[in-house]
Structure formats: C-alpha cells, structure tokens
Design a protein around this ligand. Structure first.
Ligand SMILES: Cc1cc2nc3c(=O)[nH]c(=O)nc-3n(C[C@H](O)[C@H](O)[C@H](O)COP(=O)(O)OP(=O)(O)OC[C@H]3O[C@@H](n4cnc5c(N)ncnc54)[C@H](O)[C@@H]3O)c2cc1C
Length: 386
C-alpha cells in the first residue's frame, strides 16, 4: 500500500501529528504495535500547562502554544469529544517554608514576564477556590487559570479517527519492523507485521521506545545505546469516586513531601509525587509499589482529613508510566540528519505539546519547511548529529 507519510507510534504525539498531516491533504498511515493511546499516553499526570516550564523561554513558548491550541481544538470539535477539562491549576506553598514560597513567587514573576496568565492567591482566596481542602493557615497559591486536564488516550483515539476519516489508515496491533530505503538510501517505507507499506516520509513517534525503535529499524545499534533519551518511570494512583470532598483544580504541592492531585471526571482523584517516583523500577514490581501508593494516599488524607487514605489502597488503580526524557529536557523534533525522509518527534510533556509539535512538524514533513519555533528543538543539536 502507498501512503504520503507513515507514522510509527499511535500515542498522543503520533496521532495528533497525523491529524495535522491529513489536514494538509496527505494520505497518512499510523502503525501502532498495541492499542492507540495505550503507551505512556495512557499513564501520565494529564496536566496541560506551560506553568512548570519557566527555565527556557523557547520551551515555554512551545508549551504555551500547546495550551492555547487546545482551546482551538475544543472550539473545533468540542471539549468533551477530545477529553479536555478546563480545570486550571493551583501550585501551593506555605509562607513558613520560606525557600519554597520564594521559589513560587519567582515562578509567578517569571510567568508574568513571559506573558502567561497567572494570579497569586492569599490563604483566604485559596480556601475559596478549594473549600474541601484543609490547608495550613499560611498556605498561598499561584493560580494558572489557562491550565487544563486532558484524557490523553481519548484525544489519541479521536485523532486516529480523523486520520481514518480523511482517507488514511490506522493499523493497531501492528509493529513496525524495518525501515525500507531506495537505491539512493532515501526512506521509501516500512516493513510491518502486515507486510511492506510504501511512503517517502516516515515519522518515528515511539515515545520512550524511540532509541530502541530507531536502532531496530535502521539496524544501527548506536541509536539504541546513545540516542540521548532516558526512560524515567513515574507512579500514579487513581482512587474510586471520593465521598469526602471534591478537588476542583489540578493541585500541585512542591517540597520533600510533594503531592500532585488531579480530579478525575467521575469524582475520583489521580495522585502522584516526585518523591515516590524515585522508588519505581522498570519493570515495576507490583508488591514493591504498594507502600509507595499507600504513602501517596496518606499524604492526600493530610489535606483532606475525611479522605480514607491508605484504607482505599485495594480499591485504587496503581500504575507506572514511563517518561521519554531527553537528556537536556527539551523536545527532539525534526528531520533526522543524514537520513532523507526520516523524521522524529520525542518529548516529555507530550500531553501539553502534542498539538504544537504535531502542527509545527506537519510543516516540516509535508513542505520541508522548518518553522522558527522548532529551530531550538532539532535533532541536529544532539551529540553525534552536528
Ligand atoms: C508519570 C508521568 C506523568 C506525566 N505527566 C505529564 C503531564 O502532566 N503533562 C504532560 O504534558 N506530559 C506528561 N507526561 C508525559 C506524557 O505522558 C508523554 O510525553 C506523552 O504521553 C508521550 O506520548 P507519545 O505519543 O510520544 O508516546 P506513547 O504514548 O508511549 O506512544 C508511543 C507509541 O509507540 C508505540 N510503538 C513503540 N514501538 C513500536 C513499533 N516498533 N511499532 C509500532 N508501534 C510502536 C508504542 O506502543 C506506543 O503506543 C507524563 C509522563 C509520565 C510517565
């Protein structure tokens, strides 16, 4: 079968990119070795934001574009259809924890300079925003009203549907096995579990498997060992609907005993913390995860005393997601140097970045034009590609 572009990986990145390619009139095929949206897209914290990205202005702008593009997608298709909820986010810090409080003040000031919408809430205003939380009297917050929560697998499936409706093809349970090239060495397609598929452009969007996939597809082991993307596991605990109260925003508490909470649509809570992530190994050992999951539930009880805490453990979903973490922390998106027709998109924060990277990369893949915003993120910056 002949396509204009093949995408390897049916996560939020591959499917959203495929949608923007199809919008430009390309006939697109997506190859997913499992189910659409079943990889890291199905196990993450779902926070659409540029709030936590103040270190690098280019990266902030890319994330802020992602945040605003979700408003456009919701206007075009309906928020519910794409799994989007306009929750806003609250980042909390206590005045008595001077270093954390000062850091949050600096973050708020940096976001204001960058033009990202934020407001500072004193303790009273914070309590009005989250009346069911029992917070220390000196807790204040940065409110990021533009931030959102996304059901990322739903968006991936929605975008896969758009690709198919535009005349493309979505192959699930179909692994990509080998890159095909012509006599000149340019990419000419893929050998997949369902045979050979032809296309002059192949985009690798394989999330945390990207180094291994590049190695396997090209036969060059150096990709598997040296492509600078690390696998970083994270623990996620999702409760059943909570009777004790409601969390209205995505809530983020930094510090040595940090806590991240987001409200699920059914009234449950998704809970995570960087402090527990360090204890997660790959492959995860379910028994070893239980005490860390219990610790998260107990930390939640501290800010909502009527919440049942670790007593809920057996009723919770305990999962591990694997981050694809580029070593410099920034997205890698562009044409692979020295391999005509081969492109890559791999990133952390892919829930936020999928629309921005998907659309900007469509210009690269369809027209061979790299938008200015993508320049800092090209693979040619990586060691060994210069
Ligand atoms: C704990 C945790 C919390 C996170 N929190 C956030 C957050 O709050 N906000 C945010 O923006 N981001 C967050 N992220 C990051 C975000 O989840 C990812 O960046 C995003 O899901 C990546 O999507 P992807 O499509 O690149 O990868 P994936 O969803 O992993 O998709 C890649 C797909 O490629 C497929 N594949 C691999 N090899 C092959 C092959 N040979 N043939 C065919 N298919 C193949 C896989 O099966 C997979 O489905 C978090 C991640 C984790 C782990």
């Amino acid at each position: 079968m002949q396509f204009d572009a093949i995408i390897l990986g049916g996560g939020i990145i591959g499917c959203t990119h495929g949608h923007y390619l199809a919008q430009r009139g390309l006939k697109v095929a997506v190859f997913e070795r499992g189910r659409i949206g079943g990889g890291t897209t199905a196990r993450n914290f779902s926070w659409v934001n540029a709030t936590s990205k103040t270190g690098n202005p280019d990266y902030h702008r890319l994330n802020a574009l992602g945040v605003s593009m979700y408003d456009d997608l919701a206007a075009a298709f309906g928020a519910e259809a794409i799994g989007l909820r306009q929750t806003g986010a609250l980042i909390l810090a206590r005045r008595s924890q001077a270093a954390l409080h000062a850091a949050l003040r600096r973050q708020a000031a940096a976001l204001e300079r960058l033009g990202y919408p934020v407001a500072w809430l004193d303790a009273q205003a914070l309590q009005a925003h989250e009346p069911d939380l029992s917070l220390a009297d000196d807790t204040e917050a940065l409110l990021a009203p533009a931030d959102k929560c996304l059901d990322a697998p739903r968006l991936a499936r929605f975008m896969a549907g758009r690709i198919a409706a535009a005349g493309g093809a979505v192959f699930e349970n179909c692994a990509a096995l080998e890159l095909l090239t012509d006599e000149a060495g340019a990419v000419s397609g893929l050998r997949s579990a369902r045979g050979e598929m032809r296309a002059p452009r192949v985009v690798v969007a394989a999330g945390p498997d990207t180094p291994a996939v590049l190695g396997a597809l090209t036969g060059y082991d150096g990709f598997a060992t040296r492509f600078p993307v690390n696998r970083v596991p994270g623990l996620l605990v999702t409760t059943p609907p909570v009777e004790a109260g409601r969390v209205r925003h995505l809530v983020w508490i930094d510090g040595p005993r940090d806590l991240h909470v987001l409200p699920e649509p059914d009234g449950g809570l998704r809970i995570a913390a960087d402090a527990e992530d360090g204890a997660v190994s790959e492959p995860p050992d379910p028994a070893a995860l239980r005490p860390h999951a219990a610790a998260l539930l107990e930390r939640m009880r501290k800010i909502m005393p009527a919440f049942a805490g670790a007593e809920l453990l057996d009723a919770c979903r305990i999962e591990v997601g694997i981050r694809a973490m580029p070593q410099d922390g920034l997205s890698i998106a562009g044409a692979m140097p020295g391999a005509e027709g081969l492109f890559v998109i791999v990133t952390h924060s892919g829930v936020t970045l999928a629309p921005a990277l998907g659309q900007l990369m469509a210009e690269v893949v369809a027209d061979g034009v790299r938008p200015q915003m993508l320049r800092p993120f090209g693979p040619e910056r990586l060691p060994g590609f210069a």
